[in-house]
Design a protein around this ligand. Structure first.
Ligand SMILES: [Zn+2]
Length: 317
């Protein structure tokens, strides 16, 4: 996909409740699932600073979500011709030069193998060069070890889930939770709470960044593409490489309350760190000691870009 390629795009308006209301709804639900939970409306801290080191200071300004491609391009067998570019995605969501964060599959051509992409970029536009802080987490084919590094380019493949905004300072939701009581991960819990409160008729989507400040998390890293078809969840899990990585982990996350028939991935979170670990977040494995602190905004639009013609639900966890 070059800058001139136009991909199929549909979009749908998201319901955007007042931040005060969202804050109350989330806090009420999170208090059931965590020993302590506090949600406030705050001025977004400068996210370019440690530990976040994002490519923009804030999450505000025309927030929108993008779901690009999909898992059906990865399994049963990878469709390696499905190539995308982050600058171009920003154009496809009508926000050229956007700050974007989120989760996707890294560029096979450039990296030389399949990989996890932890997106963190100020995209390029007519009047700015941009700033690419995107990380790649991969399994080195030669020895099977893992490696986290800066992405050498702005391309990705197969699938991606992103928040795109103007990257401005402004009001955001601050979500702080400690000691998990329930079986569900931090993001799923917020998703369930929103779906339960707002129901099927109201379609909400949030994006942002959260820190796992204490504890460890179960993370996967995709190894190189499977040569045999992955036909079930079990096949996918045998192929993926799983790790328990240590806090502090910086997690770039997008999620929606439910799928209103756009063939969406309803949550997707990738994390990086400053100690060489990163990948796809599943859940923390230290419920008693885990501590989360996150900043989120509700998005105004969901863009569905280049959805698979033939779809399935394998491997969306
Ligand atoms: Zn992922």
């Amino acid at each position: 996909m070059t800058a001139n390629t136009r991909l199929p795009v549909t979009r749908r308006a998201l319901v955007v409740p007042e931040l005060d209301e969202l804050s109350r709804v989330l806090q009420e639900g999170l208090k059931i699932c965590f020993e302590t939970a506090e949600v406030n409306v705050v001025d977004c801290p400068d996210l370019t600073q440690q530990p976040f080191t994002l490519a923009a200071p804030g999450l505000c300004g025309s927030p929108r979500l993008a779901d690009v491609g999909g898992v059906p391009y990865l399994v049963p067998l990878a469709q390696k011709e499905k190539k995308y570019n982050l600058d171009t995605v920003a154009e496809h969501v009508d926000l050229p030069g956007a700050f974007m964060l989120g989760a996707g599959a890294g560029p096979f051509d450039t990296i030389g193998t399949n990989s996890e992409m932890i997106t963190n970029i100020r995209t390029k536009s007519a009047d700015q060069e941009g700033d690419n802080q995107t990380r790649i987490s991969l399994i080195i084919p030669e020895d099977g070890s893992f490696c986290l590094k800066n992405s050498p380019c702005r391309d990705f493949q197969l699938l991606g889930n992103f928040l795109a905004t103007e990257g401005k300072p402004g009001k955001v939701l601050e979500v702080k939770c400690q000691a998990r009581r329930g079986p569900d991960n931090f993001v799923s819990v917020m998703r369930y709470i929103l779906h339960k409160h707002y129901g099927k008729d109201k379609f909400l989507g949030l994006g942002g960044v959260f820190l796992i400040e204490e504890g460890k998390a179960k993370i996967h890293i995709m190894p190189d593409f499977s040569k045999t078809p992955l036909n079930s969840e079990e096949d996918v899990n045998k192929w993926l490489r799983f790790f328990e990585f240590n806090a502090p982990l910086i997690c770039c996350s997008v999620f929606v309350s439910h799928d209103p028939g756009m063939d969406l991935r309803i949550e997707h979170t990738h994390c990086f760190s400053h100690h060489g670990q990163g990948g796809h977040y599943h859940y923390d494995v230290t419920p008693k000691t885990v501590s989360y602190r996150g900043y989120f905004v509700p998005a105004e639009w969901m863009y569905r870009i280049d959805p698979p013609q033939e779809t399935h639900n394998i491997g969306r966890d």
